[in-house]
Design a protein around this ligand. Structure first.
Ligand SMILES: [Mg+2]
Length: 240
């Protein structure tokens, strides 16, 4: 007997990075590439010494919600600060090299971003089945619109909310409410699908949406979650 199609809601709000596009998984490789390319310009420094410090500062940088917000709305400055901090820790003063490394990282990073296997087919299938779709993504306008354009994603969505255009981002209630109002749906008709536990599970559940958590990095649930997702998937292909 063929599989029955899975039940779907009237509307789905999708996150972009690490939900539709492979994003975080590429970061370590891009930093390694940049460190390997520039370390010869830093006397007395080896890639083995520099790379772990860069990755540690990267994790530190993005760990604080307010710094994360500032960083994603000014991403080039964020990369620059990560490199300068790493240089400070290993005792290197080379601001020009730091600036070029940050710039190169942004370029390499952007080139590596791709839709996850099956993600575009999934969006197509959801549209074909009449599900209204919104894209709700945090980050600055240029970066997020660039990714949407590069991968021809706008055609799938009746509503696109980019933090840098809208003025506020997830997890502010207004973001989800605006997307649902634009689609003409209520919270109990809407799924939020994404990888960020605060933005795509905790906040949407508070508003009465169904939260589908995408564990794209196979990290498992956070310790003592304040709320449970309604469903956990590894890939959005599991929705259909
Ligand atoms: Mg995400």
């Amino acid at each position: 007997m063929p599989d029955m199609p899975r039940p779907l809601p009237p509307a789905i709000l999708f996150d972009l990075d690490d939900t539709i596009l492979s994003f975080a998984t590429l970061a370590d490789a891009a930093w390694k590439h940049v460190v390997d390319s520039y370390v010869s310009q830093l006397p007395g420094v080896t890639a083995d010494a520099l790379l772990p410090v860069v990755l540690e500062r990267r994790d530190w940088y993005w760990s604080d919600p307010e710094r994360h917000r500032r960083g994603r709305l000014g991403i080039d400055d964020a990369y620059g600060e990560i490199v300068r901090q790493a240089f400070g820790i290993i005792g290197v003063a080379a601001p020009e090299v730091a600036g070029r490394m940050a710039e190169e990282y942004g370029v390499v990073r952007g080139k590596g971003i791709r839709p996850f296997p099956g993600a575009v087919d999934t969006l197509t299938a959801l549209g074909d089945r009449g599900v209204k779709l919104a894209l709700v993504t945090n980050g600055d306008r240029k970066t997020q619109r660039g990714k949407i354009d590069d991968h021809d994603l706008e055609r799938f969505f009746d509503c696109i909310v980019v933090e840098g255009e809208f003025g506020i981002g997830k997890p502010n209630d207004e973001v989800y409410v605006y997307a649902m109002e634009t689609l003409g749906v209520r919270p109990n008709e809407t799924w939020m699908v994404g990888d960020n536990f605060e933005w795509e599970v905790v906040a949407p559940k508070r508003l009465g949406l169904t939260a589908i958590w995408v564990d794209s990095r196979a990290e498992g649930l956070p310790a003592s979650p304040s709320v449970m997702p309604d469903r956990i998937i590894r890939s959005i292909t599991e929705l259909i």
